[in-house]
Design a protein around this ligand. Structure first.
Ligand code: NAD
Length: 375
């Protein structure tokens, strides 16, 4: 059973889908691992470290030719996979709704494409969840990015030259990224408030020492919602939320937005008029910028200024912490392979009736098979 680790080709992608640690563990299961030359360089892992863990190193054509399982981070172009064996698995963050032609391309190559971001949110799959592991780091980095754009300090400081007041940070969307953003901003000494549509987050916000800001007059989503995700809110809720946010946002120095709705464009949470109400020098970080943006005027891949407010729209924020993001991503993939490993077969086997299989498998036997893509 051979596993191939790809070097990433997407612009700005610095992560890698296996580390020497997970290579060693895969070999421990009985796999052979081949690493594409330079695969880990951008995540500070050199070829020698993979070789020391027991992998062979080679060019792309060479490592693909006899691979049963191909590991990547971002979805590779099908052309870059030609020469792979029919029936081989392709694991990664495959962005299934992003580019249908690419998924058709995997089917045409006979690959079994497994989209790890469609892992169901069930207890046994938590350790395989790339969205959570990467969102956690993105939430942390968003606060550091905000701090570095902000021309003032986060903590209150009492100095001989006078007192500096603490920054006020508002986090919108309290999922995995938002919770880490709250915790990080608190560690830096900011005064933090946060909001979400899921009422279950109120307790979580309080437990991190931040202030919950909630729409009271229209019901939000109780508990976790379907699969732990939010849905689209009613027009009445959106109007009440806009009113509440308008009053609050004008007093904030930093706003971090993380709100996402699976399979839909990100909800618009901040309007141009609301940006104009903030004082010059304030910073907004839009972590949803690649899904359409929570903030009017945010631009993917850029820091733009509107009404004197810096709006940060970095792409692929987890990749900006490539070493840690790779370590966690790699463990997610390893945990998945190990959970389905069949000792007798000497390889992982995905039962057809399994909830995880059905959720993440996009293509099989030359066809696009996932019901979210065929429906
Ligand atoms: P996400 O990335 O899909 O969305 C981020 C946050 O934005 C969510 O909290 C969502 O409620 C919020 N949001 C959506 N629309 C909004 C709006 N209009 N205004 C304000 N906020 C809005 O969510 P996530 O980070 O993936 O996590 C969602 C939940 O799933 C969390 O409770 C998390 O703990 C849970 N989860 C469970 C598992 C598991 O059981 N395996 C794994 C991961 C996450």
């Amino acid at each position: 059973m051979k596993v191939a680790l790809l070097a990433e080709q997407a612009a700005g992608e610095r992560r890698v889908a296996a580390t020497p640690e997970t290579v060693k563990k895969l070999i421990g299961l009985g796999a052979e691992v081949a690493v594409e030359t330079g695969a880990g360089t951008a995540a500070s892992i050199d070829d020698a470290a993979y070789a020391a863990a027991g992998a062979t190193i080679g060019g792309r054509a060479q490592i693909l030719a006899d691979a049963d399982i191909v590991l990547g981070v971002a979805a590779p172009a099908p052309e870059s996979l030609s020469g792979a064996k029919r029936g081989a698995w392709l694991l990664g963050s495959l962005n299934p709704f992003g580019d249908r032609a690419r998924i058709e391309g995997y089917a045409a190559l006979g690959l079994e494409a497994l989209a790890m971001e469609w892992m169901p949110r069930i207890t046994r799959a938590q350790s395989m969840d790339i969205l959570s592991s990467q969102a956690n780091l993105a939430g942390y980095k968003a606060v550091l990015d905000a701090a570095s754009e902000y021309g003032r300090a986060f903590p209150m400081m009492m100095t001989a030259a006078g007192t500096i007041s603490a920054a006020r940070v508002f986090v919108m969307g309290v999922g995995v990224a938002g919770l880490q953003a709250i915790a990080t901003a608190r560690r830096l000494g900011a005064q933090v408030s946060a909001t979400d549509v899921r009422s279950a987050t109120r307790e979580q916000i309080l437990s991190l020492g931040a202030k919950p800001i909630f729409v009271e007059k229209v019901a939000g989503i109780e508990g976790e919602g379907a699969g732990g995700y939010a849905g689209e809110m009613s027009a009445e809720y959106q109007a009440a939320q806009a009113e509440l946010v308008s009053a609050h946002i004008a007093k904030q120095d930093i706003v971090i937005t993380t709100a996402l709705i699976p399979g839909r464009p990100a909800p618009r949470l901040i309007s141009d008029a609301q940006i104009a109400s903030m004082r010059p020098g304030s910073v907004i970080v839009d972590l949803a910028v690649e899904q359409g943006g929570n903030v009017e005027g945010s631009v993917a891949g850029e820091v733009v200024q509107r009404h004197g407010v810096n709006i940060v729209g970095h792409r692929n924020v987890a990749s900006r912490l490539a070493a840690d993001a790779s370590a966690l991503f790699a463990r997610n993939l390893y945990n998945f392979l190990a959970a389905y490993w069949d000792k007798d077969a000497g390889r992982p086997i995905l039962p057809a009736d399994d909830e995880v299989t059905q959720a993440i498998r996009l293509t099989q036997d030359g066809q696009v098979t996932n019901t979210r893509l065929t429906a």
